[in-house]
Design a protein around this ligand. Sequence first.
Ligand SMILES: [Zn+2]
Length: 380
Amino acid sequence: MNSLDIFRYTKDDPNEFDINKPKVDESEKNKYLSNLLSHSIKVSEEIFPNIAKSINEIFAKLKLENNFNFFVTADHIEANASCSAMPFSNKPDIVVTSKLVELLTKEELKFVLAHEVAHYYYQHSMYPHHSTAMTRVEKLNLLNLSRAAEISSDRIGFIACNNIQTSLRAMLKLASGLSDKHINFNFSAYLKQLDELESLGENESQLWSSHPNFLVRMKSLMWFEKSKEYNEFANHRQGTLTLSEIDKKIDSLISRLTGNELEVSNQEVYDRALLWASLKMYLVDKKFTKDEQEKFRQRFGEKKTMSTISFLKISNIDIIDQKINEAFMEANLLLKNEKKKLIDELISIGSEIKKSDITIVRYLGNFANQLGDERTISLN
Ligand SMILES: [Zn+2]
């Protein structure tokens, strides 16, 4: 493990998703590179000595090998940098626009370039893109992951340029699009805007965006700079809070702005799968006794129990399988930890019912299977 791994933001967790190694299409890759070589200029010491120097300094600071191609492309409008999303490609490409280079000082540019290097280092481009989501809840989870990836990458940008002021200056310039001559770098004055934004309550546009806004990014980075882990790494001093405490502060800041819609939606999907799968187990003997109804009520509440009972009066038992299939198809798109929790909870319900053990174990095996959980089920 490289030391950079410990700085990854907790919510930027690839283990929560099914990530498949994408196929690298060689002809696509060549097309992309030939396009870059035709329309952009490759950074070299001969042509862009300042940029090349920034790049060398970044890799020295991060103790990483530079196997990247850097390009500058003419764009006077957008101050942008991007990392070509070719995971496992042995030569990733990072492209910066001319406007970005003009806007930033050599040190500020290091923050942005290292942020892009971090996207490659953390393999963010392997994350499923939110545009591929099959349900609304999946899309919200993927957007949340994409925002989390930005927080991690900002940390590496900061470590590479080794100066919090420089990092914040770069962000303020990117947020405003303005150069030094117009800006007085008063960060606390800018961050008052965050208080104002928070006072407006949750905000749809944050929920649906792939990047956190610069207010959140700046605040998150300022907290990171105070962390124990960063301070031990950078200057052998004591920090105030652990990184996991800081990550929790960031989580709560983000959820104050995005609202709790993501948690609520995830919970609904979870509860639906839990309800139908439990019902199936209760009905293993084709009966839903008063005693079982009471247990069901304790778990799912009065309203859901009443509607389940009326549902059973008018429906064929086979419909439950259909309901389970629908609910599990949705639940399969939840985070891995949630899926594991769901199976755990179903196992404990199954143990509680404990009627015809073998059938319930078989049901549980099917539920786990549908969520890609390969554990062996046993009831105790
Ligand atoms: Zn980024």
